[in-house]
Design a binder for this molecule. Structure first.
Ligand SMILES: Cc1cc2nc3c(=O)[nH]c(=O)nc-3n(C[C@H](O)[C@H](O)[C@H](O)COP(=O)(O)OP(=O)(O)OC[C@H]3O[C@@H](n4cnc5c(N)ncnc54)[C@H](O)[C@@H]3O)c2cc1C
Ligand code: HEM
Length: 385
């Protein structure tokens, strides 16, 4: 594609994105054309599709930003299509998608549509469709693994630990996360971080917090039963301790955000020599530190590991059903305060590789607290939540 044509489609796409509701109108038209040509494709989607406008336009934007480095754009699209295999999308479907994309831009631009725009968007749609078809064809491995729930323990009113046995072991690295679906909410894929490392027996564990008003997490916490079959797709993410960097490690986790950190620590405990790790586990109330006792025990046999519990409140709320004597072993060392502020009060940790895991807000707050005391931004890793 020549520079003039690229500038034209970029300017056209910018005008869509800058117009209020423009992305939604464009993508709704894209799906209208897609489903009109191939009605069976609608069945691959969950009932609600309102998030798709943001996701698909972000992907198109990424492609347009990388037109000059086509290999990069192509790798991204091939990976996107490999991931799409879990939805049931096949290589041949991308031809239809390419046509629907051009039709959507044509309909959106209406009277302002002209030959050069048609040619520009045709080229882009062809590049997208061809790369995605190549991606879909390039991977013949299974798009997801079937797993059976073998345990469901509700450790807090809003939090469950779910153990599964997959039919064949899932090859993820400790610290990665996986997309999964559950039978109570078919086709609604969500990401969860395994809380134990992959093992040859196919055992896998997730810690799931119920989000009020959410579709999938309340169903996992309230409705999951032993024997349910879950589908778990290919792992993503790169929260991994770099053993060769020579840097010690600082881990900061809150709520179920401890899962990817815990998986890494269990993996590390299988080795004789490890970098030093300080693991700050945060919660609002002491009862939120539902796994601190296990982590404390892990630290007892692994001298490289130090566990530091941090709570915003000293005591459990009045409605918490268990007596105070249930406080986990080691809780007398709990520090009180905001997690990020407490960690930053020890200094910049500038000589550490730092992993932060939790909600988007907790990650942003903790990152801000650390960088404010001089932690180099480049030392900090977190998942894209
Ligand atoms: C990389 C990654 C790893 C993750 N690992 C875990 C994990 O190990 N354990 C775990 O419990 N969750 C984890 N999550 C979150 C999980 O994927 C879901 O987003 C969460 O369970 C909500 O899904 P839902 O279907 O219940 O809510 P949805 O139906 O998707 O959302 C309903 C509403 O809740 C809002 N919402 C979604 N998530 C949150 C949130 N975290 N806090 C506040 N509001 C929210 C949405 O914006 C929406 O308005 C992870 C997310 C990512 C991106
Ligand atoms: C025949 C063509 C296609 C079909 C049937 C299809 C189907 C789907 C489905 C079922 C989802 C999941 C929706 C959800 O979980 O709510 C999805 C997500 C997504 N699609 Fe597509 N898609 C197609 C083409 C494309 C194209 C051309 C792009 C952009 C270039 C795209 C980008 C995305 C993105 C970014 C997501 C978000 C989640 C993810 O990364 O998997 N899709 N798609």
């Amino acid at each position: 594609m020549d520079a003039r044509s690229a500038a034209l489609v970029r300017a056209n796409f910018r005008s869509v994105m800058e117009s209020p509701g423009g992305a939604e109108r464009l993508i709704s038209s894209f799906y209208g054309h897609l489903f009109a040509e191939s009605p069976r494709l609608r069945e691959l989607f969950p009932p609600a599709m309102e998030m798709q406008a943001k996701r698909v336009t972000a992907a198109i934007q990424w492609v347009l930003d990388n037109l000059e480095d086509w290999e990069r754009a192509q790798n991204f699209l091939e990976q996107l299509a490999r991931d799409h295999r879990k939805y049931g999308v096949e290589a041949d479907d991308y031809d239809t998608a390419g046509r629907a994309l051009v039709a959507a831009f044509r309909a959106y631009n209406d009277n302002a549509w002209h030959r050069e725009l048609e040619e520009g968007w045709r080229d882009i749609a062809l590049l997208i469709a061809a790369s995605m078809a190549i991606g879909a064809n390039s991977d013949k491995s299974q798009p997801y693994w079937e797993s059976t729930v073998v345990g469901h323990r509700r450790v807090l009113e809003d939090l469950a630990i779910v153990r599964l046995q997959s039919d064949t072991p899932i090859p993820y690295q400790a610290g990665q996360y996986v997309p999964l679906t559950i039978p109570q909410r078919p086709k609604m894929w969500r990401y969860f971080s395994p809380a134990i490392p992959s093992n040859p027996y196919g055992e896998i564990e997730f810690h799931v917090r119920k989000i009020r008003g959410g579709w999938v997490s309340p169903a996992i916490v309230n409705e999951t039963k032993v024997g349910d079959r879950w589908q778990i797709a290919a792992p993503l993410g790169g929260l991994q301790v770099d053993r060769d960097s020579g840097y010690d490690v600082l881990m900061i986790g809150a709520g179920t955000g401890i899962a990817p950190l815990r998986a890494q620590l269990i993996e590390m405990s299988r080795r004789g020599i490890n970098p030093r790790v300080h693991f700050f586990i945060g919660g609002h109330y002491p009862c939120d530190l539902y796994d601190v006792e296990n982590m404390w025990q892990l630290s007892q046999s692994n001298p490289w590991l130090t566990i530091v519990p941090v709570c915003e409140q000293k005591t459990n709320p009045w409605w918490y059903p268990h007596p105070p004597s249930d406080a986990p072993y080691g809780m007398h060392r709990t520090l009180i305060g905001n997690l990020g502020a407490v960690v930053a009060s020890f200094g910049a940790w500038a000589d550490r590789q730092i992993h932060i895991a939790g909600s988007a807000r907790m990650i942003a707050d903790t990152r801000r607290a650390l960088t404010a005391v001089g932690t180099p931004e480049a030392n900090i890793s977190s998942d894209p939540v």
